[in-house]
Design a protein around this ligand. Structure first.
Ligand code: ADP
Length: 249
């Protein structure tokens, strides 16, 4: 792909047909893995992400135990087949960074004080990547935590905004992320408006940054509604199953 590629045309249309304020298509499902305490599957455009939660359980390694509260230990992993060229499997600097920022974002909402010395373990698997995987992973992890019944003050919703061809855009795709000017992933606690994740890669003016936050927060609010829908569907399905079981008895 050449650097001269047009990312936003004269009419403000993006290469996948979106306007600057539109996110990609979003699909969220809760409770997809039987053997995890909680789980979720998220698709955002071409991103496909799975999150699994275990705990609260005894914290290992033990030196990480905190006598006053639980810790949230997140492991973000990108599968070798998730990108165009095969990715070298295993941990790298990028996955360590993303695991850390996602853990920290989630520690803002989990009522960790209820579980001294414990660990809440969150696994994020990127099955298919197309930019925005840290946001999709964090969105999935929040739903998986709620699905596991972990007490939280709210769920975290995440989406990126950025800039390409001089336009501030919501939810960058891979081409916009690679060839654009800036990427601003963020996450909020929707009930309070608190920002629990904010990063920036690239350059933008103060005004563009403010606009990116405005667009991103709007995207996060949309994600929040879909997260709640996914959890409602999960629990209404469970209730229906329980009713079926009692009918049979
Ligand atoms: P995010 O996925 O949160 O946007 P980055 O901005 O670091 O994180 O990465 C943007 C995109 O670049 C990823 O979603 C993925 O499509 C691609 N990418 C990241 N790391 C690799 C890698 N090691 N090999 C190939 N593609 C990668």
């Amino acid at each position: 792909m050449s650097k001269e590629m047009v990312l936003v045309d004269d009419k403000g249309k993006r290469i996948d047909g979106r306007t600057s304020e539109e996110s990609r298509e979003i699909k969220i499902e809760a409770g997809v893995l039987k053997n995890a305490d909680g789980s979720a599957y998220v698709e955002i455009g071409k991103n496909k992400v799975l999150a699994a939660v275990y705990g609260p359980r005894e914290c290992h390694p033990r030196h990480l135990q905190n006598p006053t509260k639980a810790i949230v230990q997140c492991k973000y992993n990108m599968q070798a087949y998730s990108v165009d060229d095969r990715k070298r499997p295993g941990t790298d600097r990028r996955s360590i960074e993303i695991s850390k920022i996602v853990s920290e974002a989630l520690e803002n909402v989990v009522l960790t004080g209820l579980y001294p010395r414990a660990s809440i373990d969150v696994y994020i698997e990127i099955l298919q990547a197309n930019a925005g995987t840290r946001c999709a992973g964090l969105t999935a992890a929040s739903v998986a935590l709620a699905d596991a019944g972990i007490p939280m003050k709210d769920i975290v919703a995440s989406m990126a905004a950025g800039k390409a061809d001089g336009h501030v855009l919501l939810d960058l795709n891979k081409e916009e992320d690679n060839f654009g000017e800036a990427d601003v992933p963020m996450a909020i606690v929707p009930s309070t408006g608190e920002i629990v994740l904010l990063q920036m890669d690239g350059n933008m003016t103060r005004e563009e940054f403010d606009r990116a936050i405005e667009l991103g927060v709007g995207g996060c609010k949309k994600i929040y509604e879909l997260q709640k829908d996914a959890l409602k569907r999960r629990y209404s399905a469970e209730e229906a199953e329980e009713e079926d079981d009692s009918d049979e008895q």
